[in-house]
Design a protein around this ligand. Structure first.
Ligand SMILES: *Cc1c(COP(=O)(O)O)cnc(C)c1O
Length: 352
């Protein structure tokens, strides 16, 4: 995690942007103290996330939700420094409740970098944010900021730059009336070849041109490569391919692999032996992927799935009653500390 956080800290210092951890993909609060040394605070997508950020992540706390319920709004306001509404309807509905609070509105610029419809905020008929500059201008006096979140796993600075220019052209007049703008998450600026200096310059120019404080809301960029899922082989079989069954499950522990039809990552993934790694749930397609090894796998072997921090711990579930993986922290000195383990009582407690 540290290399990512150092890049985030450099970007803040060089460009003047503030970086808030988006808790959506990673809400492992045991490491929030460490992360908060490199970041300005946290942002959220629900009442429980904003409360967690408020209680556990020092610095600023932004609240956002696709829709707030009447019974949530007071606590959301108590837990946040800023509240960002998803629609003009919600802004209007809660205008009295939120008076005196710093308020913003999510804007949907109609362009994005997602090539997977399910995760594309700019998909046709999207509910994620207001899109009409004239309508947004009509409520500009009630808000002091805007939030755009239209990048998704975007590794290309050029594409980011292009889309920011579109945002400037389409929404520049209303941005000029604002004090702050959040550009959301999804910018993979902690990747190995990302031109971080270009990003810093672009963000600084954007901030100066419009006289605003710029925020970024990195989630995945902060935690890329920062965790592994450690599993043990329980059994091996052969059915036209070498199969290894492990004490975990994609449906229960790495749900995104199932949703987005992607394989897990194993490193170095070389050698003569080819094996399909399978989960232990009853789902026939519960398969982590096919990988290469230097020797045949056998029961008791330990395997390590790489890059397992994002959308795992927040999406774990009790499907099939498969024991959840514990959460352990590897400290900077290399020592490991178990911070959470799960047992039967957690399974039973999650049900009734
Ligand atoms: C998902 C999300 C983020 C974080 O996105 P990453 O891809 O994890 O960087 C930030 N802001 C909003 C509004 C989001 O929905």
């Amino acid at each position: 995690m540290l290399p990512n956080l150092k890049k985030i800290a450099w970007l803040r210092e060089t460009s003047g942007v503030k970086c808030l951890l988006a808790l959506k993909c990673f809400a492992t609060w045991s490491v929030f103290d460490f992360m908060s040394e490199y970041m300005d605070g946290s942002t959220s997508s629900s009442l429980y996330e904003v409360r967690l950020g408020h209680e556990k992540f020092s610095g600023e706390t932004h609240a956002y939700s696709v829709a707030y319920a009447d019974h949530e709004i007071d606590q959301v306001l108590e837990c946040s420094d800023k509240i960002i509404f998803n629609s003009i309807g919600q802004l209007t509905k809660f205008s009295h409740a939120s008076r005196g609070h710093i308020r913003g509105l999510r804007v949907n610029p109609g362009v994005s970098t997602s090539d997977f419809d399910l995760a594309d905020p700019a998909r046709p008929f999207s509910r994620l944010g207001e899109h009409d500059p004239i309508a947004i201008d009509g409520v500009a006096d009630q808000i002091s900021g805007l939030m755009f979140h239209n990048n998704c796993e975007n590794e290309s600075f050029e594409r980011f730059d292009e889309m920011l220019t579109l945002i400037e052209d389409r929404f520049g007049a209303v941005i000029l009336k604002m004090d702050w703008v959040s550009l959301g998450g999804g910018i993979h600026f902690t990747g190995p070849d990302y031109p971080l200096d270009h990003l810093a310059t672009r963000l600084k120019t954007f901030a100066e041109t419009f006289g605003i404080q710029v925020y970024l809301e990195p989630g995945e960029a902060a935690i890329t490569g920062a965790a592994t899922l450690e599993v043990t082989v329980l059994d091996t079989m052969y059915n036209g391919k070498n199969l290894a069954i492990v004490d975990s499950s994609i449906e229960a522990h790495m749900l995104d692999l199932l949703i987005y039809r992607e394989p897990a990552k194993i490193s170095p993934n070389t050698g003569e032996e080819e094996w399909m790694i399978c989960g232990k749930s009853c789902l026939a397609g519960d398969i982590f992927g096919e990988f290469r090894f230097s020797a045949p796998l056998k029961a008791g072997d330990r395997l390590s799935f790489q890059d397992a921090a994002g959308y795992t711990m927040v999406k774990k579930n009790w499907f099939n009653g498969v024991k959840m993986p514990g959460i352990a922290i590897r400290e900077l000195d290399g020592s490991t500390r178990m911070v959470r383990d799960f047992d039967y009582t957690d399974f039973a407690a999650a049900l009734s």
